[in-house]
Design a protein around this ligand. Structure first.
Ligand code: ADP
Length: 540
């Protein structure tokens, strides 16, 4: 057999040739509904690759993006990766100091930025000396006023460039993109994807028991393109030639998402639980229906069965999925096996609430504290480990780092799970000390350190507590210094200006002592158990 390398370039060339007329529709700041064909998109990808070369980039250079989901971001995905550069997507919602750290750690050479994130970069520009210049992703008419130097307007930069580009023949193991995760403890760590891992992941995602992608679909990723490559959809969708609908900055706007689904005939959408609550609330109020929508993939946080049943009222099937930045991200996916549709309703919901079965390509196991593999009996729970061709073997720039991989090369996910005899995995807890709010990580350690800075705090712990809208929100648990007074309001306002607003704890509880292990480490699992029935005052 021929040894053709698995390259993103091949996805682009295939889509361009076989699906030239398929559509890409985007909401952008400068155009409420931008629409063009794959042929037009990939012609502009060629122009952008030429423009990048003119900027003097070198093979392997990291090109940073701070952008929502739209056609320009998609053009970057392809132009950057296929011309031997690395597309480094950055989450603009992170705290400024984290963005600064990430840009410097990745050694980004150029930054492509949506107009609304220009002020963010203005505040950082003195602290990111490696960045040679900035490209604002808009046209001349919508260029913001800014003092940033070496500034280009995206449309002007690519205008006049040739549409043809001599795409290099790359090694399939060459890096194509980079995404940082703060899903474990410590500083954010870079996960570097390769062309090969991305193509294999795209094949897997497209399978019938996963996203089940077809040329007849219209796909709406409501998961940001700065978060694990929007779960791989910008690659998997062109692979089958389906229509791609990109919601731009409208992600959290339920009514806008509903209109986009109805207007563009979206058949499949994907995102974290929080975004669907806004859509479902809007549908309840407006009485609107979404006749085209058939399937919604929900992952990134546990999907409440109420969301699944609400969607069912609209004739939409929800599939629960589990993944991580480290695994590209899809690891397990929930579809029913034969006969399960005949289970009574309660039993069916039990299965559908699980995070799903492993996808071929992902090996999965649960182990006890001594690394003994536990049975798939649906009862035994242990640390979840995975390995496979789209699982990261390590982190960017951290050779020798071993906190997340065991000696046999398995990735320790930081999740605790059961696996039933049919292979359905269910997350029961998390060993990593982070909180996932609306699909984004909040570092409990950062909040604990901030709390400990208060003179009246003897010890502090922050845990994620379930929240009806955000999946989880941070709860601060504090032991006060015996001789000092400290009230709730004072403690909570202590975080003002010290951490990003959306990361602040929602509440504080004062206790006499915190649970510790024999070696004096805080026992987060025990603490989470202690507060599992806790209800935030704002939601109770
Ligand atoms: P993503 O949000 O794209 O899945 P991250 O790397 O940000 O990727 O987060 C991965 C972590 O999110 C998992 O290790 C797990 O703790 C949590 N997670 C992801 N999907 C689910 C899910 N369906 N149910 C519960 N937790 C999940």
């Amino acid at each position: 057999m021929m040894n053709s390398p698995l390259l993103i370039t091949s996805i682009m060339q295939f889509a361009k040739k076989n699906h030239a007329t398929s559509e890409i529709v985007s909401v952008t700041k400068d155009d409420p509904l931008h629409r063009y064909s794959y042929a037009e998109a990939f012609a502009r990808v060629g122009q952008l690759a030429n423009a990048l070369a003119r900027l003097g980039v070198k093979q392997g250079d990291r090109i940073g993006t701070l952008a929502w989901n739209d056609h320009r971001h998609l053009e970057l995905y392809y132009a950057v990766s296929c011309s031997s550069l690395i597309c480094h997507t950055i989450n603009p919602r992170l705290f400024e100091s984290q963005i600064e750290y990430i840009i410097n750690d990745a050694e980004d050479r150029w930054m492509f930025v949506d107009p609304q994130f220009v002020p963010l970069l203005e505040g950082l520009v003195d602290k990111i000396p490696g960045v040679q210049g900035f490209i604002v992703m808009t046209d001349e008419a919508h260029m913001p006023q800014t003092e940033l130097l070496n500034l280009y307007c995206y449309e002007t930069l690519i205008a006049g460039e040739s549409e043809s580009f001599d795409w290099p023949s790359l090694d399939e193991n060459a890096a194509c993109s980079l995404c940082y995760t703060s899903g474990t403890t410590g500083s954010p760590k870079g996960v570097m994807y390769s062309h090969r891992s991305t193509v294999l992941h795209s094949y897997a995602v497209a399978l019938p028991d996963l996203f089940s992608l077809s040329v007849n679909d219209a796909v709406l990723p409501v998961v940001p393109m700065f978060h694990v490559n929007a779960w791989g959809m910008p690659y998997a969708v062109p692979m089958v030639g389906a229509k791609l609908v990109l919601p731009g900055p409208k992600m959290g706007d339920g009514a806008a998402i509903g209109d986009l689904i109805a207007g563009e005939g979206v058949t499949l959408a994907a995102g974290v639980p929080t975004v669907w609550m806004a859509l479902l609330a809007d549908l309840r109020e407006s009485g609107k229906r979404l006749p085209s929508l058939k399937r919604v993939v929900i992952g990134g946080a546990a999907c409440p069965t109420s969301i699944m049943s609400d969607f069912q009222q609209h004739g939409v099937m929800v599939h629960h999925a589990w993944g991580m930045t480290e695994i590209s991200p899809v690891g397990t996916f929930n579809t029913l096996k034969p006969g399960m549709d005949r289970l009574d309703e309660k039993e069916q919901w039990k299965v559908r609430a699980k995070q799903g079965r492993a996808v071929f390509g992902i090996e999965m196991k649960i182990v006890d504290d001594e690394n003994n593999e536990l049975p798939w009996d649906g009862k035994a729970f242990g640390a979840l480990k995975v390995r496979g061709p789209w699982v990261c073997a390590g982190y960017f720039g951290l050779e020798g780092y071993s906190d997340t991989h065991d000696e046999d090369g398995w990735l320790c996910t930081g999740d605790v799970a059961t696996i039933d005899p049919e292979g359905y995995m269910q997350i029961t807890d998390r060993t990593k000390d982070v909180i996932k709010s609306g699909g984004e990580w909040i570092s409990s350690i950062e909040l604990e350190n901030t709390a400990m800075g208060h003179p009246a705090v003897a010890e502090a712990a922050v845990i994620g507590v379930s929240h009806p809208k955000w999946s989880e929100r941070p709860l601060l648990v504090v032991v006060r210094n015996a001789e000092q007074e400290l009230r709730r309001e004072e403690m909570l306002s202590w975080f003002d200006g010290k951490v990003a607003n959306w990361c602040r704890p929602d509440d504080v509880v004062f206790v006499d002592e915190l649970p510790h292990t024999a070696t004096g480490k805080l026992q987060k699992l025990a603490l989470r158990k202690q507060f599992e029935d806790y209800v935030f005052p704002s939601t109770g």
